[in-house]
Design a protein around this ligand. Structure first.
Ligand code: NDP
Length: 241
């Protein structure tokens, strides 16, 4: 039977590419999303991938959503914690709401989405947990103290969780994308992209969501069992760790 994969924020951008790639590789894929019903239904119609709306920053909603998914499709063996948001602003002008929603969506979600699946993975002796961080969690970014803090936190979380589960067949790895052509990056003004972002990327272009998806496929595989606690940077050479 095909293994079941849950991709949070799996209906748009990088997450949608991950969902599609996992499905094409034969996994049973379920995509979560936060609130954009129109995009989710369009994605579902195009791909046939079932979509489930729940807020990854809400622990109770995640527990309920994941239980429903598991009752319908079977235990989740592959979890891709991808959902994320930005609310940029210089720290000296940042509101607590800007801080808090980014920390809750990008970092609390590591708890809320992973906690309901980890015990089952340990019991079954197999699990692949793949977390989407960011180059800006590795190097910091002006205007993104909230986002950089959350995304750096993801890397610490992965290392600790990898240690706890290494002898149970459960791997935990991070992918840290650089600038990828999605709506999140299209929100950056074109002039800023051209003059400030592209010159920093040695490969000379933005990344494609499919390039992140291919990294997920590798980490999700049966034969990637010796890779755990690692951070795979996929950023066109912009920042080397
Ligand atoms: P998009 O904005 O294109 O898509 C975000 C997805 O996450 C959507 O499916 C959205 O659902 C979902 N989402 C947002 N908030 C919630 C929530 N509270 N609960 C459930 N789902 C939610 O983002 P990207 O594809 O660009 O980014 C995906 C991940 O990659 C993020 O973690 C981001 O930080 C990271 N990343 C992106 C980079 C880039 O260059 N694009 C670079 C580095 C990292 P809905 O459609 O309902 O809003």
């Amino acid at each position: 039977m095909a293994r079941v994969a849950l991709v949070t924020g799996g209906t748009r951008g990088i997450g949608a590419a991950i969902s599609r790639a996992l499905k094409a590789a034969g996994y049973t894929v379920v995509a979560n999303y936060g609130g954009n019903d129109e995009a989710a239904w369009k994605f579902k119609a195009e791909t046939g991938i079932p979509v489930y709306k729940f807020d990854v920053s809400d622990h109770t909603a995640c527990e309920a959503g994941i239980r429903t998914i598991e009752s319908e499709f079977g235990p989740i063996d592959i979890l891709v914690n991808n959902a994320g948001i930005t609310r940029d602003g210089m720290f000296h002008r940042m509101t607590f709401d800007q801080w808090s929603i980014v920390l809750r969506t990008n970092l609390d979600s590591m708890f809320t989405c992973t906690r309901p699946v980890i015990e089952g993975m340990r019991e079954r002796g197999f699990g692949r947990i793949i977390l989407i961080s960011s180059i800006n969690g590795q190097k910091g970014q002006m205007g993104q103290t909230n986002y950089s803090a959350a995304k750096a936190g993801v890397i610490g979380f992965a290392k600790a969780l990898a240690l706890e589960n290494a002898n149970k067949g459960v791997t935990v790895n991070v992918i840290a994308p650089g600038y990828i052509a999605t709506e999140m990056v299209q929100a950056v003004p074109e002039e800023v992209l051209k003059t400030k972002v592209l010159p920093l990327i040695p490969v000379g272009r933005l990344g494609e969501a499919e390039e992140i998806a291919r990294s997920v496929l590798f980490l999700a595989g049966e034969d990637a069992g010796f890779v755990t606690g690692s951070t795979l940077t996929v950023n066109g050479g912009q920042y080397m760790t």
